[in-house]
Design a protein around this ligand. Structure first.
Ligand code: 3HC
Ligand code: NAI
Length: 692
């Protein structure tokens, strides 16, 4: 049942009951209208309360329905709201916990609203690439004012109900029992006529034209490739410039236009992708988790410090263990400096600053960390060092402690086998800077216990990361794919591109950074180190030697003041380098390659399809659970443009047969062996299917 109807004396109560968040899907909408009819037809009923069961009043329209005709089937949310608004008995929304999107629009259609303090109020549609489509842009400005409504609608950010207490949105904030307060309120207003309707409120904002123009300019500059924010402004403008019903129609048309855009589909994909990533088919939702009330981190270097900050930010005490006092002091000082910078920027209160700094302590002794619930190793990327550390951890850590490694390339199964408790070992691959980057690859070893995985997935949510589970393989999901992308980037240089041309082509698509600017930022020596290992371990894999030649010149990137680009001291801006460009041209000549003009389309296709093809192998091998997990890795860890939905969603949008056709074309060029479509990709393309 998606909404329950009951009568208590002279008050009818319609309780939305569509777990998990009372999404207003077709069945729920239908049940609300049925409830309203029953209440209208019952002479004993004098007022109607609409409320929500469980953890929300309502999270809004059922986003899962958006791709099906059900989303638009009658009764639409518009119809539901007009049934409520035109009721001749007063309707009161009793709001607890969450009223978002269509949920808030439903409440705005009621004659009165009573809310609990702390309820999260938002019109977050813009985050899904759409706008409020059931009157939100027309009604919210009428109750909270033009400026606040516009801010709420363009940002989508939730506001706590008590912060809206001074507006006309709520008739009452109920400190105690919400239903008792709403019922008392219903009795009070049962005979009051005429019934107040938000639609009848006049918006009083004399200089609205100037404000709207300013908003358009600001929003246009901020919204990048997304059309929705500017349309939100236009819809809110209609609330002042048009009659109510015309404004509603205008809003509806914009909504229907936006819901079909690739950008909105990509954002919806990312919304569900993020939530799906926290689920594993063989780890049920009710798998017990281990308590993690204290954490230890081994190594106070680049990664260890950032990892520790994540836990302190979530209120969990962390001990950092180092080999030498000097390294420990340096690590702790860097952490303090990071927090001081955030404090200076006003993004942290003094109180929180002190709390967080106090939560991170240092030690040189393994005995001191023995009682920690979870330990994360972030020492040098060397199997010998990892072996030493894990043997020691096995010796000292209390039974049941989770033993995690932040290794980026090493075999987690081997690391687990250094201990007598491989079931407790897991990879937690944070991305640099670890306190900033959203992605956490959770590497599942062959023997990792299910409750360890469930715990690490829960912890990743607690520390506000997007946790994605990867099986064990060289590079896990993200770096295994990026290797193919980097190889193509190298070949493009040999064939005719400059680093700048390659970077610009993908940055135009929306990448945060192209491969060469990224290399300069991360340090080109890291890739060099990995390639040297591969030349020995996997001699059949071909690479362009350009990156090695660059490293031989000592051009490791920003940290050495020179990389693929030139840099000026104290400036991160990349300047094209004549030295590098000459080196590239000479290398082509040495290889006997006649350089040619390469189009941006070819650059983008070769870089992205190389990712997609490797991803198809990863999916087929079961290293990733689902295609959307791969998209989440790239959206949250590799700066892949959000509006494209990630590499797999992008390939789906282009059409897999088109992807395969392009690959067949590139297979005829140099290093054509790289373009053999993965069996899964070939099969899906042939069957006309998609990854997602
Ligand atoms: N429709 C369908 N499913 C929804 C949903 C919605 N509007 N909102 C949340 N869910 C689902 C999630 O997919 C998840 O499902 P799962 O358990 O199967 O993975 C489950 O509800 C719980 O979601 P969260 O993990 O996000 O739970 P939280 O408690 O952390 O957060 C929330 C709850 C604040 C409601 C959050 O889910 C959220 O922000 N939801 C989106 C709200 C939104 O964007 N609403 C606008 C919808 S569009 C609209 O209303 C159009 C209208 O204007 C016409
Ligand atoms: P780092 O060199 O900055 O720090 C390593 C720290 O570990 C040093 O402070 C060192 O003194 C300490 N250390 C070494 N051996 C130790 C031991 N036996 N006991 C205690 N402390 C010890 O290295 P970084 O960059 O922080 O990398 C750490 C791990 O994280 C590596 O496995 C690396 O592959 C991985 N990683 C690194 C990323 C990066 O961008 N730097 C990204 C993701 C993972």
């Amino acid at each position: 049942m998606s909404a329950e109807y009951k009568v208590d004396g002279s008050i009818a109560v319609i309780t939305l009951n569509n777990p998990p968040v009372n999404g207003l899907g077709h069945a729920t909408r239908h049940a609300i209208v049925e409830g309203m009819k029953q209440a209208q037809n019952n002479d004993a009923v004098k007022a109607i309360i609409i409320t929500g069961a469980g953890k929300a009043f309502s999270g809004g329209a059922d986003i899962k329905e958006f791709n099906s005709p059900k989303a638009f089937a009658e009764p639409s949310l518009h119809t539901v709201i007009s049934v409520i608004e035109s009721s001749d008995k007063p309707v009161i929304a009793a709001i607890h916990s969450v009223a978002m999107g269509g949920g808030l629009e439903l409440a705005l259609g009621c004659h009165y609203r009573v809310a609990s303090p702390g309820a999260q109020i938002a019109l977050p549609e813009v985050k899904l690439g759409i706008l409020p489509g059931a009157g939100g842009t027309q009604r919210l400005p009428r109750v909270v004012g033009l400026e606040l409504a516009l801010n709420m609608i363009v940002s989508g950010t939730p506001i706590a109900s008590e912060k809206l207490a001074k507006t006309a949105l709520f008739n009452e904030l109920a400190e105690g029992d919400l239903m008792a307060a709403a019922t008392a309120f219903a009795h009070k207003v049962a005979d009051v006529r005429p019934l107040p309707k938000v639609r009848d409120i006049k918006i009083d904002y004399p200089n609205y034209e100037a404000f709207l123009q300013f908003s358009r300019n600001t929003v246009r500059a901020m919204s990048g490739p997304f059309p929705a924010p500017l349309k939100c402004v236009e819809a809110v403008a209609a609330a002042v410039t048009k009659k109510f019903d015309d404004g509603i129609k205008f809003e509806r048309d914009l909504f229907l236009e936006l819901v079909q855009t690739t950008e909105s589909k990509a954002l919806r994909h990312a919304f569900f992708g993020e939530r799906a990533a926290s689920k594993l088919p063989d780890v049920p939702d009710d798998t017990p988790t281990r308590p993690v009330k204290s954490v230890a981190v081994i190594g106070a270097g680049t990664m260890g410090g950032g990892i520790a900050m994540n836990f302190a930010n979530a209120g969990i005490p962390v001990q950092i263990l180092e080999m030498k006092q000097e390294a420990l002091d340096k690590g702790l000082a860097t952490i303090r400096k990071n927090y001081e910078n955030t404090l200076k920027k006003g993004k942290l209160t003094q109180e929180k600053f002190e709390q967080r700094v106090a939560l991170i302590t240092g030690t040189l002794s393994y005995e001191a960390i023995a009682q920690a619930d979870m330990v994360i190793e972030a020492v040098f990327e060397d199997m010998g060092v990892k072996e030493q550390v894990f043997k020691k951890l096995d010796e000292v850590m209390k039974p049941g402690a989770i033993l995690a490694s932040n290794t980026s390339t090493l075999d987690v199964d081997k690391i687990a086998d250094f201990t007598k408790r491989p079931q407790d070992v897991v990879g937690t691959h944070f991305f640099s800077p670890a306190n900033v980057m959203k992605l956490l690859e959770i590497v599942r070893g062959k023997k990792t216990a299910k409750d360890v995985l469930a715990t690490v997935l829960a912890i990743s949510k607690k520390i506000k990361k997007t946790g994605v589970v990867s099986g064990v393989c060289d590079g896990f999901i993200g770096n295994r794919m990026i290797e193919q992308y980097s190889r193509q980037a190298g070949f493009l240089l040999e064939e005719g591109c400059t680093p700048e041309q390659v970077d610009k082509a993908v940055e135009k698509l929306g990448f945060a950074m192209g491969p060469f600017r990224m290399g300069d930022l991360a340090g080109n020596d890291i890739g060099w180190y990995i390639r040297k290992r591969r030349y020995v371990e996997k001699p059949h894999i071909t690479y362009s030697k350009t990156a090695d030649l660059l490293c031989e010149l000592g051009r490791f990137g920003q940290k050495t003041g020179a990389g693929w680009y030139d840099y000026k001291p104290g400036d991160r801006k990349a300047y094209p380098s004549a030295v590098v460009n000459d080196m590239i041209v000479k290398h082509s000549a040495d290889l006997g390659i006649e350089r040619r003009k390469i189009s941006d389309q070819e650059i983008v296709e070769r870089l992205i399809y190389s990712l997609v093809n490797e991803a198809a192998y990863i999916l087929e091998e079961g290293i990733a659970t689902r295609a959307s997990d791969i998209d989440m890795v790239y959206l949250t860890g590799y700066g892949f443009p959000l509006h494209t939905g990630g590499p797999m969603f992008y390939a789906d949008t282009v059409g897999l047969p088109n992807v395969v056709r392009a690959m067949e074309k590139y297979a005829k060029g140099r290093h054509g062996d790289a373009w053999k479509p993965a069996p899964l990709l070939a099969k899906l393309a042939e069957e006309g299917k998609t990854f997602n």
